[in-house]
Structure formats: C-alpha cells, structure tokens
Design a protein around this ligand. Structure first.
Ligand code: AMP
Ligand code: TRP
Length: 326
C-alpha cells in the first residue's frame, strides 16, 4: 500500500512562483510514490471577504493550475473542499478539543487579523487552522507537502490528532510535514526579508504564473539586490540568496553548479540568465493551462470529490462512533 499525502491551496489572489516552487512542484514529484489528495480549499478562502462570482471562477482556475503543473488526475485525487461535507463536520468536532490559547499563538492569525483589530477579525479566520487539521486528518495522510509558512499550522494538526487519539482511542494518523530544503520560502523581489505573497500590493514583488516573458524579465531586472558583488549563496545577503534559489530550482542545478556558473560575473548578466531560465521553466506550464476547458475540469473535480468523499466519510463515521455522536 502506498502512503498518503494531502495538500491544498486557496483559490484566492494570483498564484506566484513561490507557490509553484515551494508547493506545486513537490506535489507533482510526490505523486509517483504516494497516493495523493490535492484540494482546492474554498472554505478557507472565505475566512477573508471574497466576491462570490470571483471565488467560483478562481476555484475552477486553481484546478486548472494543478493540472497544468502536472498533477495527474488518473493517479491523484483533485477536488474542491466544499464538495466533501465531512471537512466542515470534522472541523466542529476538532474545534471542541482545540484550545483558545493554541489558536491565539498562530502567527498567521496574528498577521491577518492585525490589519483590522482582532476585535473585528472573523471567528473563521481564528479557527482556520482547525479546518486545515480536519482536511488532513480525514484522509489519514502520512505526509503534507507545504511551504515554510504552514509549518505552525501543521504542528497544530499533529497536536489535535495526538490529543484525539489519547482521549478517544487510536483514530487518526499523525501527519508529518514535508517542507522542501530549497524553495520553502521564496521571498518578495522587492523586499527579500518578506515572503512572496498573494496579498502583496506591489505587483513587482511577485512573478505570477500568468506573467508573460516580457513581464518576467522586467520584474527580475527590477528586483532589489544587496551590497556586495559576488553571485553566491550567503545567509547575510537575502536578496541574492533568493534570486539564486529561484535560479537553482528553475534550472534543477545544484547550489555549487549555480555558483560556479556565475563566478566572476556581474549582476546584470546574472539577472539576464535568471530571467531566461525562469521564462523557459514557465513556458510548458503556460502552454498546458490553455488546454483544460471548463467542462473537462468540472468532470475531473466531480470524480475527485466522489473518491475523496468515501474516504473522508469513513473517518468521520469512526469519529462520531468514538465520541458518541451516532
Ligand atoms: P496559498 O496560496 O497561501 O494557499 O499557499 C499554497 C501553498 O504555497 C502552501 O503550501 C504555501 O506554504 C506555499 N507558499 C505560499 N507562499 C510561498 C512562498 N513565498 N514560498 C514558498 N512557498 C509558498
Ligand atoms: N492553509 C494552507 C495555505 O494557505 C492551505 C491549506 C488548507 C492546506 N488545508 C490544507 C495545506 C491542508 C496543506 C494541507 O497555504
């Protein structure tokens, strides 16, 4: 029996190369060795205000991104979170064993709610990590491939699994995170101390998956650099570190090969080569994404939801049985 993986992304904003290199690329690689479930987490999306028509469209668009990136629906299950009601149901049960204190410590909640005050933050934004735990635990996932920013949420999922198992008997597999060594946190091109983020207001900070060659080249050209001229990995120079990491991941070269390639070269030349490599890397994805029409995507999502549902419902039945809710 193959081990299982589960991961998901929110159908909000525009996906960027950080999502691709930190998450999607690994999803595609892992489906060879694992039974994979890749979810479009639309219930997570509404923890912040969304326009309904846009959300519906982005949900389909995100499925297309998964497919174009190489997630193969004949091997992996692609589905929409809200199509499997068990996600919302298990969230309720888990929120009864989660503690206010542990949710208050979640840094993403603090970041997202501090834009208003927590007085006005939605309760759903607060319990967001419990829904994420339900996503994962329903499928008895062994491994969860995510970027660095989700590490804390994953620890909560593990804690909730352990707590439930202790209180009600062995029920959930305790999932391990899979956070890639390179690319787990791709930084903003304009401020390499911040992660590249869907919610960044400056479009020059991110390379979007839909950017054309010209736009990619311009954004890389205008990326900030640090002082010093060597093109080398160096913890104390976050800008060059970030750009070299992108170069390493889009070319598939080792860190040493990347540094050797640019020894004695100037920033101008480096940025030119980085732009070219990034454009080449994105090209097959950008061609494939046009191939999936809405009907094909909807059919894949229907089939995906059917197989996800049967696994999720079996776990939920077990949970209800053990907690006396049947
Ligand atoms: P989201 O789009 O926020 O739902 O995130 C989807 C996936 O992309 C998650 O696994 C994130 O951890 C990952 N991710 C988001 N931003 C970055 C980034 N800047 N670098 C690497 N991975 C990221
Ligand atoms: N919270 C994740 C993010 O914003 C998305 C997500 C929801 C997820 N449920 C998940 C990721 C389960 C992995 C597993 O990136």
């Amino acid at each position: 029996m193959k081990k299982r993986i589960f991961s998901g992304a929110q159908p909000t904003g525009e996906l960027h190369i950080g999502n691709y290199l930190g998450a999607l690329k690994n999803w595609v690689a892992l489906q060879d060795d694992y039974e994979a479930f890749y979810c479009i987490v639309n219930l997570h999306a509404i923890t912040l205000p969304q326009d309904p028509a846009t959300l519906r469209q982005k949900t389909l668009d995100l499925a297309r991104v998964y497919l174009a990136a190489g997630v193969d629906p004949s091997r992996s299950t692609i589905f929409i979170q809200s199509d499997v009601a068990a996600h919302a149901e298990l969230t309720w049960v888990l929120s009864c064993i989660a503690r206010m204190g542990e949710l208050e410590r979640m840094t993403q909640f603090k970041d997202k709610s501090s834009k208003g005050s927590s007085e006005r933050a939605g309760v759903g934004l607060f319990t967001y990590p419990v829904l994420m735990a339900a996503d994962i635990l329903l499928y008895q996932a062994d491994l969860v491939p995510v970027g660095q920013d989700q590490k804390q949420h994953l620890e909560l999922s593990r804690d909730l699994a352990v707590r439930f198992n202790r209180d009600f008997g062995e029920t959930f597999k305790v999932p391990d995170p899979y956070i890639p060594k390179a690319g787990a946190s791709i930084k903003s091109l304009q401020d390499p101390t911040k992660k590249m983020s869907k919610s960044d207001e400056n479009p020059k900070a991110s390379i979007f998956l839909t950017d054309d060659a010209d736009t990619i080249a311009k954004k890389i050209k205008s990326a900030v650099t640090d002082s010093g001229t060597d093109i080398k990995f160096d913890e104390s120079r976050p800008a060059i570190n970030n750009l070299l990491t992108i170069y390493q991941l889009v070319t598939g070269k080792s860190a040493e090969e990347c540094e050797a390639n640019f020894e004695g070269k100037m920033y101008g030349q480096f940025k030119g080569e980085l732009a070219e490599a990034t454009i080449e890397f994105m090209r097959p994805f950008q061609e494939r994404i046009k191939q999936f029409d809405d009907e094909t995507v909807k059919e894949i999502l229907r089939t995906g939801a059917d197989s996800a549902r049967s696994i999720a419902n079996a776990t939920l039945r077990d949970v209800y049985q053990k907690t006396g809710i049947s």
